[in-house]
Design a binder for this molecule. Structure first.
Ligand SMILES: NC(=O)C1=CN([C@@H]2O[C@H](COP(=O)(O)OP(=O)(O)OC[C@H]3O[C@@H](n4cnc5c(N)ncnc54)[C@H](O)[C@@H]3O)[C@@H](O)[C@H]2O)C=CC1
Ligand SMILES: O=C(O)C(=O)Cc1ccc(O)cc1
Length: 362
């Protein structure tokens, strides 16, 4: 029996637990310092066992996943090293930053125990075990950042274990990871929050801002709803990278100020053109940092109750809808409904189910 211990059974820890729970040959133990959380984990059936006792959680564990906020990782590794761990046990984490924990854990971990940094590059703005899903990591990258001294055989062992998540496992240097993820995930979270707060300020004197802010504004600011404590730790931890990125961001904004000041239409067109060209080369349909949802479009006649009918059909078939949006609905034009799913399988099943009664476009 392979024993997996998970510390911090929230969105990511809970999703990992669900990947292994019930699979033959695995037993999953969750840890929380809070007895109420332990009760909740057992009631929700995401783990085989749960405890507030660290020693009990790691007793005989083959793998230990640290899924707590980034600021707590080092302390957890230190506490684990004061406990009797099984020889050959691999400790890994899921933190969104990798340089500091990979470097500090290398100096803390010893005696036949290994630490290998990890970052599943999938998630959402939601948090807590309620938002966990066994499908979360499917088709996403899962980065491992082993320190130089870590034997490749141990990295291979963890890679093999992680195949169950259906993620694509890749190895990247910890510092390189933080540079890249700083640019494609941490900076966008800052920008989304700053943009929402800018509009929130205008809205104080004119509530029409909020009423009209739909569609694109909602889409690009979804990640502004992320869990504050998780992001406090990420931004503070990756501060050196982020300070450089924010300087570059200021340069990008200054460029737009200049283009607009000069009514430089050609320059603006050029900025959109080069951005569009680069963006069109980004991998599609691969779950990334800013999770792509799997969308289908349904033509709907404009009559009352239609949305209820569609969501009931999906619910009866146990297909999880993650978002729903009416794109167009005027008297003279049939409406288009955008239905978003968390994975391709759900999108395909929904498409098949709905294409009987409705016209569906993928
Ligand atoms: N949210 C996301 O989309 C992603 C997050 N991550 C990383 O995963 C880790 C966990 O984040 P999420 O699962 O999103 O957050 P979450 O809030 O859903 O889960 C965090 C877990 O840690 C526990 N926790 C929080 N403070 C604690 C404390 N002081 N002592 C003990 N336990 C504590 C919480 O009870 C919860 O079980 C973070 O390190 C984050 O950087 C990685 C990939 C994606
Ligand atoms: O919600 C989204 O689109 C995200 O980008 C989620 C996310 C948050 C933190 C990570 O380290 C990885 C992924």
């Amino acid at each position: 029996m392979t024993k997996i211990a998970i510390f911090g059974v929230g969105l990511i820890g809970g999703s990992l637990a669900l990947c292994y729970k019930g699979k033959p040959g695995f037993t999953v133990v969750g840890h929380s310092p809070n007895p109420k959380s332990v009760e909740k984990l057992l009631k929700r059936n995401v783990v085989d066992a749960a405890t507030t006792n660290m020693a009990e959680a790691v007793d005989g564990a083959d793998y230990i996943f640290l899924c707590v906020p980034v600021g707590m990782l080092e302390e957890y590794v230190q506490q684990l090293m004061n406990l009797p761990l099984k020889k050959g046990c691999i400790i890994t984490d899921v933190g969104s930053t990798k340089a500091t924990i990979t470097e500090s854990a290398e100096t803390i971990v010893k005696d036949g125990v290994f630490f290998i940094g990890g970052h599943p590059m999938a998630g959402s703005e939601r948090h807590g075990v309620e938002a966990a899903s066994s499908h979360l990591f499917e088709n996403a990258f899962y980065v491992l950042t082993p320190a130089e001294g870590t034997p490749q055989a141990e990295v291979d062992r963890l890679t093999e274990l992680l195949k169950t998540t259906k993620a694509q496992i890749v190895q990247v240097g910890a510092r390189e990871h933080d540079d890249i993820v700083g640019a494609i995930s941490h900076l966008p979270h800052i920008i989304a929050v700053a943009l929402v707060n800018q509009v929130r300020g205008y809205n104080e004197t004119n509530p029409l801002y909020q009423n009209l802010a739909a569609g694109g504004f909602r889409d690009i600011t979804r990640i502004a709803s992320s869990e504050p404590m998780i992001w406090r730790d990420i931004l503070v931890n990756n501060r050196q990278v982020l300070l450089k990125l924010l300087v570059d961001w200021n340069l990008e904004i200054s460029r737009f100020i200049e283009l607009i000041e000069n009514s430089d239409g050609e320059g603006i067109v050029e900025q959109f053109r080069i951005a569009g060209e680069f963006r069109s080369q980004l991998p599609e349909r691969r779950k990334g940092m800013i999770t792509s949802l799997f969308d289908i479009y349904v033509d709907i006649p404009d009559h009352p109750g239609i949305i209820g009918q569609i969501t009931t059909l999906l619910g009866n078939a146990r297909i999880n809808l993650s978002n729903i949006q009416i794109i167009e609905s005027r008297e003279d034009v049939p409406g288009i409904l955008r239905l978003s799913f968390r994975n391709q399988e759900d999108a395909d099943r929904a498409s098949e189910l709905l294409s009987g009664p409705y016209a569906v476009h993928v």
